[in-house]
Design a protein around this ligand. Structure first.
Ligand code: LIP
Length: 304
């Protein structure tokens, strides 16, 4: 990785993300062609495809030797190799986009040796730009939507808290997860069982978490964990393009990513089963082990 100019790559990704953000904002979800993939909850729009075409064109022109994996051009069997690979989701939060809920983003990641190295996550509705380069920190840039002078965004290092609090037990945590689009079979059973146990009272054997939130976007969930606004994010079934960029931001904000199934502290980027924990001076391992006990023996299984 030493011979890669990661700063230049990040600058390129930011430029592409902002251009794509303008495309997303200019689309009127009620006027665009919308289809489905796996089922009625797995939505894709012409804007998803148009944004990915823009991203692919810009990035393959700028970095022709890099590999590219995008949600809308992915073919089963495509593997993340050790080569520098752009792993991108043109609109992460498509369901929110279709419904006009302003919680969606473009997620542009670069993986090197199958590890997130650069992450750019941009929510154009809120003009929130999350960025990270491996070894150089993670940042949130707020733009004009926050009443800031155009072109003079406010940059904050992540996590936002100057001195993040230690992580306590799960009953002190705000947890993010998603229903995803697989709504039957063993994976749905595991998810609904875990959701119930996370929220149930201690007296009934539950973890009594503060609550569960679903932003509708893996990338935005990961960035909220990186910011320290969520403590934990757990999901099975999302893909490498959903998590690559947010994972880079999480790592650089002191967070950790382990497998959503118990026992694996170093999941592969295309594991499709993830558990993210915010940066903290202590308590990360304990929260992971407590969460894995909640998951128990039921295992989520997704083909990558
Ligand atoms: C979404 C993910 C989310 C998952 C949804 C969907 P999309 O990505 O970010 O974590 O629960 O099913 O896959 O489809 O909006 O790019």
């Amino acid at each position: 990785m030493a011979d890669l100019n990661l700063q230049e790559i990040q600058d390129t990704l930011i430029s592409v993300a902002r251009e794509a953000g303008r495309m997303i904002l200019s689309a009127n979800p009620t006027d665009i062609a919308t289809g489905t993939k796996l089922n009625s909850a797995d939505i894709v729009t012409e804007t998803d495809k148009a944004v990915e075409a823009l991203v692919s064109t810009r990035l393959t022109k700028a970095y022709p030797s890099f590999s590219f994996i995008g949600e809308e051009t992915y073919k089963p069997g495509m593997q993340v190799t050790a080569a520098p690979t752009f792993i991108v989701d043109p609109i992460d939060g498509t369901t929110n986009f279709v419904h006009g809920l302003p919680e969606a983003c473009i997620s542009l990641g670069l993986a090197v040796d199958r590890v997130p190295a650069v992450g750019v996550v941009y929510n154009p509705y809120q003009d929130k730009l999350y960025t990270a380069i491996r070894g150089r920190g993670a940042f949130l840039t707020l733009g004009a939507a926050w009443g800031l002078e155009a072109g003079k965004g406010r940059v904050s290092k992540l996590p936002l808290a100057r001195n993040p609090a230690p992580l306590g037990a799960l009953d002190t945590c705000l947890v993010a997860s998603e229903w995803g689009n697989s709504r039957d079979g063993v994976n749905y059973e595991v998810k609904t069982r875990v959701f119930k146990k996370l929220c149930a009272s201690k007296e009934t054997g539950g973890a009594m978490v503060h609550s569960i939130r679903s932003l509708g976007s893996a990338a935005l969930n990961l960035c909220a964990v990186a910011a320290g606004q969520l403590d934990v994010y757990w999901e099975g079934g999302c893909w490498a393009w959903d998590v690559c960029a947010g994972w880079a931001v999480l790592n650089e904000a002191g967070g950790i990513m382990v497998n959503g199934n118990p026992g694996d502290w170093e999941p592969k980027i295309d594991s499709r089963k993830y558990l993210a924990v915010r940066g903290a001076p202590s308590g990360q391992r304990e929260v992971v082990e407590e969460f894995w006990k909640v998951v128990g023996d039921g295992r989520m299984e997704y083909e990558s």
